[in-house]
Design a protein around this ligand. Structure first.
Ligand code: SF4
Length: 300
């Protein structure tokens, strides 16, 4: 099966290497501020799943600061003036706030010539028709991607992790997002508490059956982080987590279920070591990547 990885997709789309800049919009999350819940999804760290984002500064300063973190990755042959980036608003729920202010922020980010695309991470219950319309207008000039944290299609597990929305809400949002002509990237987590292999694979099956299916997928294993509800539970009574081999097997099975057109944006998590409780193998990024590449027969 041909698998389409993000690095190839970016080269095909933009004709060059492109790196993401982790930025902040200053939004919180309705699952944290009491509107839907307190404390957030039980796996989500205090950084709102964006622990590498720059501190909240004017967008120009955030872009400059974030560029310093990724510029060393560009090959020397790509001069500074030819470097391209994606403005990625990652932490918390980046459409949860004043639409005018947020859209002004996104338009400003897109106005920089080196920004090739905008990526906005959010929840499916926080995408109003008005926001979708404004983002679809921006999408006319440069690509706009929406990243949705589904994690699982199983409503029982969703309740267990305090996701605070039903999967049918995701399905309804998906239709509106695709009708607005935007690219949708879906995040899922393998190894959530109490989920069987069949339930994890059903999440991939659910996504494959969407019409149209996801433009992109991000998969990670469950990571237990300090400062999270799951972290507290785990420290009181450790529970079983996926081994690296089990995770790699499951990633292969999920990718076999998803269509070849779904771009693989990420198959590893990259938790900050200082807040990682378990599993320890997540901290060894090189081994994780090698194991996954071997299982996927990538680069062989
Ligand atoms: S919706 Fe996202 S930001 Fe909000 S608590 Fe859940 S994972 Fe964290």
């Amino acid at each position: 099966m041909t698998r389409y990885f993000l690095s190839d997709y970016l080269k095909d789309t933009f004709g060059t290497k492109v790196y993401k800049l982790s930025l902040q919009s200053g939004c919180t999350c309705p699952n944290r501020d009491g509107t839907l819940g307190f404390g957030g999804c039980s796996f989500c760290s205090e950084g709102g799943s964006g622990d590498f984002a720059s501190p909240l500064l004017p967008v120009r300063d955030q872009i400059e600061a974030a560029k310093k973190l990724v510029d060393a990755k560009f090959p020397r042959r790509i001069s500074e003036s030819d470097r391209k980036y994606i403005a990625y608003f990652q932490s918390f729920t980046n459409t949860y706030g004043d639409t005018e202010k947020l859209c002004a922020l996104y338009e400003e980010a897109l106005s920089f010539p080196e920004i090739a695309a905008l990526s906005v991470a959010t929840r499916p219950d926080c995408l109003s028709d008005e926001v979708l319309f404004r983002l679809s207008e921006m999408n006319r000039t440069k690509p706009v991607w929406i990243e949705l944290g589904l994690q699982t299609s199983d409503d029982k597990t969703a309740e267990r992790i305090n996701r605070c929305y039903k999967t049918e809400v995701f399905g309804e949002c998906w239709k509106r997002l695709k009708s607005a002509g935007l690219e949708g990237i879906v995040h899922i987590i393998l190894g959530l508490p109490g989920e069987s292999e069949a339930e994890m694979l059903e999440t991939a099956g659910y996504l494959a059956r969407l019409d149209p299916p996801p433009d992109g997928i991000k998969i990670s294993n469950l990571q237990i982080l300090k400062g999270t509800k799951l972290g507290e539970e785990y420290l009181k009574k450790p529970f079983n987590l996926l081994s690296l081999d089990e995770y790699a097997e499951l990633v292969c099975k999920c990718l076999d279920i998803l269509p070849e057109t779904t771009v693989i944006h990420r198959i590893t998590g990259d938790p900050p070591k200082k807040i990682l409780i378990a599993p320890a193998w997540c901290a060894d990024k090189k081994t994780v990547i090698n194991t996954l590449n071997k299982k996927l027969n990538r680069f062989s």
